[in-house]
Design a protein around this ligand. Structure first.
Ligand SMILES: C[S@@+](CC[C@H](N)C(=O)[O-])C[C@H]1O[C@@H](n2cnc3c(N)ncnc32)[C@H](O)[C@@H]1O
Length: 241
């Protein structure tokens, strides 16, 4: 399916994306807490629960940004190991500092890379997770199929993403919140730079049934959609058989 639900109007190129996240890196964590009304950490923990990491597992966090998901996996399972991949060197530098401060640097490797062309061998991870990142990826089909390729049989992919709630009333309220509060917070905190695109990219992200269809098309099985907080955020889970 093309058009609105493929988000082609609001997607920016990989190079623009890297520059955009590079420009907001220092304010990203604050911005994230403000626009999620403090819920981002809770949403990430819920997503990690679906990944269900084990002590001897090795996990890939795609679009790791400032590393919160990667670090949380290790807080939950100190014996596991995590690779966090992201094209933005600025975001990765902050992630590395956070991991060092949390004394977790030995179990995490932060690497530059792109979800659509992962530099890892087939079946090299116990599971893959990606939080608030799929929306930004230009070639989502290629990315989903790469994610499947690097997961061992039996492992799963967990996608956490901002979505538009399904019910009419909630959707209307959410649009007002998105177009006023988020837009204002974004303007103030990012000085009107990168976050101008955030509002549109959330509204143009494919609806949940389209995301689950894309995951099935990429070869994932037992694909599920779990809405959180009235559907303003969704978790998508698929198993690599
Ligand atoms: C909104 S941030 C999310 C960061 C982090 N996962 C979190 O939970 O806060 C999106 C991240 O995806 C990264 N990103 C954008 N395009 C990407 C791509 N094609 N492959 C991998 N990461 C990408 C950006 O650089 C950015 O760090």
């Amino acid at each position: 399916m093309t058009g609105r639900h493929d988000n082609r109007d609001t997607l920016v190129s990989g190079e623009e994306n890297r520059a955009m996240f590079g420009a907001i890196a220092l304010r990203y964590d604050l911005m994230n807490r403000v626009i999620s009304l403090g819920l981002a950490g809770y949403w990430r923990r819920r997503a990690i629960a679906f990944l269900d990491p084990t002590e001897d597992g090795c996990y890939l966090d795609i679009g790791t940004g400032t590393g919160d998901v990667a670090i949380e996996i290790l807080r939950r399972r100190p014996g596991a190991s995590v690779v966090g991949v992201d094209p933005s060197l600025e975001m990765l530098a902050l992630a590395k500092t956070k991991a060092r401060r949390a004394a977790l640097a030995g179990s995490i490797s932060f690497q530059a890379g792109n979800a659509s062309a992962l530099a890892y061998t087939d079946a090299s991870f116990s599971g893959v997770i990606t939080a608030f990142c799929l929306r930004n990826i230009e070639d989502r089909r290629a990315a989903l199929s790469e994610m499947r390729r690097v997961i061992r049989p039996g492992g799963c992919l967990v996608v956490l993403e901002l979505t538009v709630p399904g019910g009419r009333l909630l959707r209307m309220l959410y649009r007002v919140y998105n177009r006023t509060f988020i837009r204002l917070a974004a303007r103030l905190l990012s000085r009107g730079n990168a976050y101008r695109y955030l509002v549109e990219s959330i509204e143009d992200f494919p609806p949940p049934e389209r995301v689950t269809a894309m995951m099935s098309e990429a070869g994932f099985e037992q694909v599920r959609h779990i809405p959180l907080t009235g559907g303003v955020v969704s978790i998508f889970v698929g198993v690599r058989v």
